[in-house]
Design a protein around this ligand. Structure first.
Ligand code: F3S
Length: 426
């Protein structure tokens, strides 16, 4: 099917804006054909997932675009990469791998990308506005942008993202269009009392359940409290985009496209209705762990997605109230974050307090892509539904999902110790 192109699109495709732009536009047009879109549309921001070095092909692609004069046309941020750019030697990253990762990062910077290096771009620089058309990669960022901010993006894959940033164009289809953003199934939280929502373990546990029920459909959730914080919604979305392929959810009375159920479904009826009980939440919580309480602990990993300044502040409060006030020998405690949260930490005493407990910080990177977890680790603990979902397969470890407080206590005691779920007796 022929794609309707405007004059500038056609010029780009004909090579009048340089070789890199021609290549990028050819990818955008081909993608439009595959998706059966009939025309392209503009985006005004991009977030690049392909910036992290994964293969020589990815490096070659980035350097080819940069050498061909590729420049992004819209403000473009970078997702995490495979190493802490300041301090990668501390994490046993091989020299040759680091050299290629740094080259790839430079290629993206040369194209005009902003070196944010974070998987939580919505909590930092250039947070998109409601209704803004954007092209974002990284699953947790996509679901947050669509659901919590009401910006509009599909879940874009590696290498397409930079082509869209260079051309400022994407196929006109999917979640960019109002009619494709309506809810498809209704999830009702039934008889779930306030104390469950107050427990931070609820948000990843519910997200994990949400993803497994919704798959790639758009769920509308009834019963979430309207006071949910950015960090709680971040945890929910990241887990839902891991166990499922959720790119957009609506929280009735909470998220901007769902002031009520009718609006969330744009007047249509849900295809199905699923009731969620406290028992279902308990099962989902249990499902996020492969190890057991009492296991000897090798590492705690927090910051998946990257920790915000508010999360660090809470972490330090917990560290200060903990006895003993230091890490158990043999346990590694790593928190991953982005440059902006780190810069705020540097302006406070929090950085020193984290270090004095034995917490290591890693910037710019990811638990699954950088050897943050020691190679000999067998049991790790996390407060992240996403990390808990992927770590057993990707890192070959047993994982225990717990609250931030559980992680701190376990790190000090050297074994997994979690507070009982108070929801069980609800
Ligand atoms: Fe970010 Fe990696 Fe977790 S991209 S969300 S730290 S798996």
């Amino acid at each position: 099917m022929a794609i309707l192109l405007n004059t500038t699109d056609q010029e780009m495709l004909d090579g009048l804006h340089g070789e890199a732009t021609r290549l990028a536009m050819s990818v955008v047009v081909r993608m439009a054909e595959v998706l059966e879109a009939t025309e392209l549309m503009g985006v005004t921001q991009a977030h690049i997932d392909a910036c992290g070095f994964l293969s020589d092909a990815g490096l070659e692609f980035a350097e080819t675009l940069a050498a061909g004069g590729g420049k992004v046309r819209v403000p473009t941020t970078l997702n995490m990469g495979p190493l802490d750019l300041q301090d990668w030697r501390r994490f046993d990253v091989p020299e040759e791998f680091a050299a290629k990762a740094i080259r790839q990062g430079r290629a993206y910077e040369q194209m005009g990308c902003i070196p944010t290096w974070t998987c939580a771009p919505y909590q930092g620089y250039l947070t998109p506005r409601f209704g803004q058309q954007i092209c974002w990669g990284e699953s947790n960022a996509v679901v947050y942008a669509n659901s919590v901010l009401g910006a509009r993006t599909n879940w874009y894959g590696d290498y397409f993202d930079i082509c869209a940033a260079i051309t400022g164009r994407v196929p006109k289809q999917g979640l960019h269009l109002t009619e494709n953003r309506k809810g498809q199934l209704l999830l009702r939280l039934v008889d779930v009392p306030r104390q469950v929502f107050d427990d931070d373990r609820f948000w990843p546990a519910f997200g994990h359940l949400l993803g497994s029920i919704a798959g790639d459909e758009i769920p509308v959730i009834e019963g979430l409290p309207d006071w949910a914080t950015d960090d709680q919604l971040k945890a929910l979305g990241a887990a839902a985009a891991s166990s499922g392929a959720v790119a957009l959810f609506h929280g009735v009375g909470l998220t901007p496209e769902a002031p009520n159920v009718e609006a969330a479904f744009q007047g249509d009826q849900p295809k199905r209705v699923v009731d969620i009980s406290v028992d279902d939440l308990c099962k989902s919580y249990a499902d996020l762990s492969t190890g057991t309480d009492g296991d000897r602990l090798d590492a705690v990993v927090l910051g998946c997605p990257h920790y915000s300044f508010a999360e660090f502040r809470r972490l330090v409060e917990l560290l200060e109230s903990q006895e003993p006030k230091s890490l158990h020998p043999g346990v590694a405690f790593v928190v991953i974050t982005g440059q902006q949260s780190y810069a705020l930490l540097e302006r406070t005493e929090l950085l020193t307090k984290l270090a004095s407990f034995g917490v290591k910080l890693s910037r710019d990177t990811c638990v699954l892509h950088c050897p943050i977890v020691p190679a000999e680790a067998k049991v790790i603990m996390t407060d992240s539904g996403k990390c808990a979902y992927y770590a057993p397969g990707d890192l070959n470890v047993d994982v225990i999902f717990g609250s931030m407080a559980d992680c701190v206590r376990s790190a000090a005691e050297g074994r997994v110790c979690r507070e009982e779920l108070p929801w069980k007796s609800v």
